[in-house]
Design a protein around this ligand. Structure first.
Ligand SMILES: Cc1cc2nc3c(=O)[nH]c(=O)nc-3n(C[C@H](O)[C@H](O)[C@H](O)COP(=O)(O)O)c2cc1C
Length: 349
């Protein structure tokens, strides 16, 4: 492998989501170190435990690019039943912070990325006509031994209750499967959206209704639920009790939410919280993964865990696997350094 980090194209966070949707690097031809072991993702054989969670892969071309960089599970960025624009820039704001615990109120914005950033997209989506065709296009081109997972979210409308929201999630999930998704993920966590669809992982009864409705819509297709920061074992137990009968996997942790203070002392994002992603969330997400793993073992239930949050090295991947994760998905580090999977694969050999 002669390619170095600086030569490889990546998401340009000085440009808009729409610009990055259009300007996508071509797949590369690199030697991918083999990771010894028998790996699978939700029962489908794959070459490693490495994947990209919902976020960096805006469309099929981004999926193909990161597949060529050594990731085996590619999650298509969360889509909706309706078109939704992206928030204004900045969408990715680096912050100065040590490890987060979830009780931090505000973090300072900085100019240079030091491993963690505030993510502020607002879950934009193309219309279903566009994303359904794009998923079909992607599945045809993606190597057979790579899993295409599609993340969906419901979009609450005026006057809707949980049943309507659940039906909207289920419609998107069904479309994703019909278009070729190998696994489906429902995002129950987005700290940027102050409506019910952003907080489902904290409303366990409503989460159960949505999970059951999605399961009915997608039959046997492996189903993953993405959750946010859960700080206590009691909360984890209750969430698990409500959703485990319907889900095959839980992906954690989406992010840890805080406010962000700009250089002039004023809070960014109109004073609202944003999800902090990257290295600062690693310790807390490892703890959360271990908590859920203990509960899963005690309850003898079959839900698998996908470790997400702050991983960037082979040691981090091992730490997740040691805590009971079935797979490890990496967003921030892979966006900053597209060679992340190859570096990890070399060490995991
Ligand atoms: C650019 C970007 C966009 C994201 N968009 C989504 C999204 O649409 N849906 C979702 O469930 N999570 C989204 N996330 C959260 C990631 O899936 C992941 O949970 C988070 O980044 C933590 O992993 P990391 O520390 O490796 O970045 C996004 C993250 C990033 C960095």
């Amino acid at each position: 492998m002669t390619t170095t980090q600086s030569e490889l194209a990546r998401y340009d966070n000085s440009k808009t989501y729409d610009w990055n949707y259009e300007i996508v690097p071509e797949p590369v031809d690199l030697d991918l170190p083999v990771v010894v072991g028998n790996w699978d993702f939700m029962g489908v054989p794959v070459g490693s435990p490495l994947g990209i969670p919902a976020g960096p892969l805006l469309n099929g071309k981004w999926v193909l690019y990161y597949a060529s960089l050594g990731f085996d599970v590619l999650t298509y960025k969360t889509v909706r039943s309706v078109h939704r624009d992206c928030y204004d820039l900045p969408n990715l704001q680096p912050v100065e912070t040590d490890s987060l615990h979830g009780d931090e109120e505000v973090l300072p914005a900085i100019d240079t990325m030091k491993g963690s950033w505030a993510v502020s997209f607002g879950m934009p989506s193309k219309s279903p006509e566009i994303w359904r065709k794009d998923i079909e296009w992607t599945r045809k081109r993606l190597p057979k031994n790579k899993v295409l997972s599609v993340s969906v979210v419901g979009t609450i409308q005026e006057g809707w209750g949980v049943d309507e929201l659940a039906a909207d999630y289920a419609q998107c999930a069904k479309w994703a499967v019909e278009s070729g998704a190998g696994t489906v993920e429902t995002n129950f966590s987005c700290p940027n959206v102050s409506t019910r669809d952003g907080q489902l992982y904290q409303e366990h009864g409503a989460a159960e209704v949505v999970a059951r409705t999605v399961r009915e819509a997608i039959g046997q297709t492996p189903y993953i639920i993405k959750v946010g920061h859960v700080s206590t074992s009691e909360e984890a137990e209750s969430l698990l009790r409500h959703v485990a009968p319907y889900a095959d996997g839980l992906a954690m942790t989406n992010s840890v939410a805080t406010k962000v203070r700009g250089s002039e002392g004023k809070n960014l994002f109109e004073g609202q919280c944003r999800g902090i992603c990257g290295i600062a969330t690693l310790a807390e997400s490892l703890r959360q993964t271990a908590t859920f793993h203990d509960l899963i073992q005690k309850k003898n239930c079959k839900v698998k865990l996908i470790g997400v949050g702050g991983a960037s090295t082979a040691e981090d991947v091992r730490a997740y696997l040691d805590r009971g994760a079935h797979a490890v998905h990496i967003a921030t580090a892979a966006m900053v350094d597209p060679l992340t999977a190859i570096r990890i694969r070399e060490k995991l050999q």
